[in-house]
Design a protein around this ligand. Sequence first.
Ligand SMILES: Cc1cc2nc3c(=O)[nH]c(=O)nc-3n(C[C@H](O)[C@H](O)[C@H](O)COP(=O)(O)OP(=O)(O)OC[C@H]3O[C@@H](n4cnc5c(N)ncnc54)[C@H](O)[C@@H]3O)c2cc1C
Length: 449
Amino acid sequence: MGVKSLRLFNKFNIKGHKVKGSAFWWEIEESLAPVNDQDKLPLDAEFVIVGGGYTGLSAALTIARQGRLVLVLDSGLPGYGASTRNGGICSGQIRLSHSKLSHKFGLSYADEVYAEGIQARLDLAKFCAEEGIECDLQMTGRFTGAMSRADYESQSREAERLNEIIGHKAYMVSKADQHNEIATNLFHGGMVREEIGGFHPGKFFAGLLKSAQKAGVIVRSNTSVQDVVDLSPGKKSVITSKGKVTAGKVIIATNAYTGRQHRVGKFLRCRLVPVQSCIIVTEQLGVEKVKTLMPKLRMYGNTAKLYSYFRPTPDRDRILLGSRSFDRKEPTDRSVTYLKRKLVQIFPELGYCAIDYCWLGNVGFTRTQMPVIFEHNEIHYAAGYAGSGTVWARWLGKKVAETAMGTGNRPSTFYGSPPPALPFYDGNPWFLPAVQKYFSLRDWVKNAY
Ligand SMILES: Cc1cc2nc3c(=O)[nH]c(=O)nc-3n(C[C@H](O)[C@H](O)[C@H](O)COP(=O)(O)OP(=O)(O)OC[C@H]3O[C@@H](n4cnc5c(N)ncnc54)[C@H](O)[C@@H]3O)c2cc1C
């Protein structure tokens, strides 16, 4: 698959308007391609990393900066997994609220996790500044609309707790004041978290790739890793679609794109559920219009079980909205219609607007909905960011690299044993449609009363 072909991928018409079935962020595709990409693989490398998204490249950069030889292999084009398909919201949040996390694992663990989120996000900003990555990173704050009065109450309790952890700046906005945040009557007020922001995922990926290659990382695209077998203590053979490479250490960074076709993913795929998320981007609305709808130009979300996230594009000319997907591989008019309806529920006056882009991608969930970083059979893994990988994938990529090099001492709160495998599951999430229907019903019941 060539870079150019991605742009032509799946265009379709809705009411006579052409929708591009490719990510808005791919418009900068030339800078997304690795340099010196060849078919020929080196015979050996100290470290081989499987997967060239944020996790893989961040791990590779960390290792290369220690003067070690590192090879990144990607079955497609690096970055064209989730790393250039996401919404670009940089939260460093996890799925479970602080109160749910403390209830399950204890208060001090919840505090540690939320503190690491702050540390990881600050580290992302520092990294972009140090590397000179211009990716429109801005800490605009995020407003999360409450879908019910009960949600508003529980957000208020959460805000109080979060403010006790250094680095959090959370406050509530009542329904009466909501129009200062967003031009909608849909929500019952909501919570602002000032410290959260967003970036252009494609520009960030391009910068990360450039830094990694400049540090000496070798990147090979269109190279599927099929298996990793032991040769002798401390030596592995990495079997790929283009031949074998001898490796000292191997890191698996395939996350929600682990796939079911190769043995290499077997251990991870029984422990990680790939959930499709779909995004639309409107036609150009004009900066003034976007500012009328989103006066503070923040990142946005809501408290629904079938969560939607939305934001202005970095040029502030369009609105991006993401939520569940009806499709598994390519977007269709069904997903566009569903997401457009979500957009119009928030901003009824956008009923007229056309959708220019629609794409989907996979988000990886572990059973606990928490990211994981672990070692199994001398192979290192980082995965399971549950839709919040813009911060976590880079951070845990760095941490998994430190673990593999033996330089990290309890590198992260997420470091530990492999996550539990899901019963009766081999990587095919056959149960997702039923789960999504259940969540959708719960949202409907909540909004009806
Ligand atoms: C639609 C969508 C919206 C999102 N929105 C947000 C958001 O707003 N904020 C946020 O924080 N996060 C968001 N995310 C999540 C975030 O994008 C991911 O968590 C993050 O990009 C994961 O990076 P990664 O490097 O681990 O995985 P990926 O970027 O998916 O990279 C995995 C790579 O592994 C490669 N691979 C797989 N198998 C093999 C193999 N056998 N051999 C070689 N290579 C292989 C794939 O080709 C792929 O390139 C979103 C995700 C999606 C899909």
